[in-house]
Design a binder for this molecule. Structure first.
Ligand code: HEM
Ligand SMILES: [Cu+2]
Length: 562
């Protein structure tokens, strides 16, 4: 404080030098904070923790599947592993990491001091963080059927009637459903906050058509969270009613419907994929232009395509149910609506390529991950179109082909862009650069590991290897392919640990970043790194889509072209 007397300053210093007080004070500051940046960082921290946990679960599964007739884990343990892995990755890695970046970036990019509802923001974070912890408390829930450590084993989709009390005694399913319920409440709160912030808190001159594309995409994502996560949350409550109060929503024996659960689940589950992938697109929209030294190609088309994807993705959920026997009419409708999504998605890919075209490309690590994303997302899109044809899905729907396809999206596209986002925004968040050399190691090891694992996974799928199996016979011809797949998982694990090491090392030793290390053009780079609690010394005024460019290039400002 500028007005402090020398005496109190000395007092403050002596107090600060007492380590226990300092630690408690810091802890207190973080747990009570309502600052969007601190909350964003807490989201990111806890998601990274769960990324390592769920990655470890994936490794255990891949060890089990590496050779035929393996007994590394029991069948029961395998069921728990894929349930915990899938649930953790979707709800406690994907959602919080993306909302973490959103929390951090949206107010900065629209020139605001905080979110519209800072306390709701803190509440949402703690509720969903508690959900994540609750999922893992299940390991401590002693009175499950199998004694101590009854982690859920019903799959991340928790199909009825597996979750009925007769088939799921003990509390593992209760932990699962409460964890998902809490994460849903937190996510709906944050989505509401992002919508309100984007609508109400933009700085002077930040018209809707001047918002960074990232902000647009977070707006669309947040709207989708309302529509998709609300039914999921309702379904969790119905499941709890079934399990505890004797209702029969999902109990076919008593006139309920198991297919009802599937509708509820996938009306969430499919849009969820887009809820995860739109923020990945958002990162690409910011990173690719900066490292191509060009404004994004086709801004209005990008906005329209994002809104289009938002709407269409809400009408495709039943492609997860082709094998249920919905009838030809429904199968045709969902086949067609799924295929139609390829149109706005194709527009996006085209515009990213057009942005790269003729650009002065700088291959930073962030850019390398983005290029990997473009390529892998294209492949995932192609296998997706294959699967959207219901006869094809009928054949391969429950095979490893599907596992390969969705990991192409989840890892090859989303996780790649999450890594890119770290390399790009870490300097803003910490004030230090990430080490680019370590980053390149991270990139290449992860890329090799990713392709070893998920390219080869398509083939046993086509050869008939079903998913969620615990082991297989030696005579099927799947052995070598599974071995390669498993070895790739280790590359990815080592690469991820290298990345975590890089983040810790760079925090202490990384070169000072300065306000604008990439020579970028959106508002977050106009404030110091890391930004102060109030973000901007004075609230900025913007006149174009690239306010910082205008400042740096008065000879050729964007305003000239608007
Ligand atoms: C990075 C390395 C990863 C590896 C090696 C891996 C491996 C696996 C394996 C072996 C399965 C079981 C497949 C089956 O038998 O059906 C699985 C399922 C799954 N994974 Fe991953 N995974 C990885 C990353 C991710 C990520 C980043 C996400 C999401 C963001 C994710 C989401 C899922 C989901 C939703 C399932 C389905 C679980 C179920 O069938 O209940 N995975 N993964
Ligand atoms: Cu889907």
């Amino acid at each position: 404080m500028a007005t402090q007397s020398p005496v109190t300053a000395v007092l403050d210093k002596t107090q600060a030098s007492q380590p226990p007080r300092l630690f408690l004070a810091t802890l207190h500051e973080w747990v009570t904070t309502v600052d969007h940046k601190k909350i964003g960082l807490m989201y990111i921290g806890y998601a990274l923790f769960f990324l390592v946990v769920a990655g470890f679960e994936a490794i255990l599964m891949r060890i089990q599947l590496a050779i035929p007739n393996n007994t590394f884990v029991s069948p029961q343990a395998f069921n728990r592993l894929f349930t915990m892995h899938g649930t953790t990755m979707v709800f406690f890695v994907g959602m919080p990491i993306l909302f973490g970046f959103g929390n951090y970036l949206v107010p900065l990019m629209i020139g605001a001091r905080d979110m519209a509802f800072p306390r709701l923001n803190a509440f949402s974070f703690w509720v969903s963080a508690f959900g994540g912890s609750l999922l893992y408390f299940s390991y401590l829930g002693g009175d499950g059927l199998y004694g101590a450590g009854s982690a859920p084993d019903v799959g991340w989709f928790a199909y009825a009637p597996l979750t009925a009390r007769v088939f799921s005694p003990g509390h593992s399913t209760d932990y699962w459903t409460l964890a998902v319920l809490l994460s849903g409440i937190g996510n709906i709160g944050t989505a509401l906050n992002i919508v309100a912030t984007t609508i109400c808190m933009r700085c002077p001159g930040m018209k809707l058509n001047r918002m960074p594309l990232l902000v647009w995409l977070y707006l669309v994502t947040s709207m989708m969270v309302f529509v998709a996560v609300s039914p999921l949350t309702a379904a969790q409550i119905m499941l709890l009613l079934d399990r505890y109060l004797g209702s029969h929503f999902f109990d076919t024996q008593a006139g309920g419907s198991a297919v009802l659960w599937m509708h509820f689940f996938w009306i969430f589950g499919h849009p969820e994929v887009y809820i995860l992938v739109l923020p990945a697109f958002a990162f690409a929209n910011e990173i690719i232009p900066v490292f191509s030294r060009k404004a994004i190609f086709g801004y209005p088309a990008m906005v329209a395509a994002s809104v289009g994807i938002g709407f269409i993705s809400l009408s495709v959920w039943a492609h997860h149910m082709f094998t249920v026997g919905m009838g030809a009419g429904a199968n045709t409708f969902f086949t067609l609506s799924t295929m139609v999504i390829a149109v706005p998605t194709g527009i996006k890919i085209f515009n990213w390529l057009a942005t790269l075209w003729g650009g002065k490309i700088r291959y930073t690590v962030a850019m390398m991950f983005s290029v990997g994303f473009l390529f892998q997302f294209l492949i995932a899109g192609l296998t997706g179109i294959m699967l959207s044809a219901s006869p094809f899905d009928w054949q391969l729907g429950n095979s490893y082909f599907v596992v390969a396809h969705f990991h192409y999206v989840l890892v090859g596209a989303i996780l790649f862009m999450i890594f890119a986002a770290f390399y790009y925004w870490y300097p803003k968040m910490t004030g230090h650069m990430l080490d680019e050399k370590l980053g390149k190691w991270h990139f290449w090891l992860f890329l090799i590991g990713f392709h070893l694992t998920f390219d080869f996974m398509h083939i046993p799928g086509i050869l008939g290897m079903p998913r969620r199996i615990y082991t297989y016979e030696a005579d099927r011809g799947w052995m070598l392919l599974n071995m390669i797949t498993s070895s790739g998982a280790f590359f990815q694990a080592i690469a991820t640990l290298l990345f975590v090491y890089n983040m810790v090392w760079s925090y202490f030793k990384g070169p000072i970043a300065g306000a604008d290390p990439w020579d970028a053009w959106t508002l977050e780079w106009s404030t110091v790194s890391p930004p102060p609690a109030y973000n901007f010394a004075t609230i900025p005024t913007v006149e174009s889509r690239r306010p910082l460019w205008d400042l740096k290039h008065p000879e050729d400002p964007d305003t000239r072209y608007e």
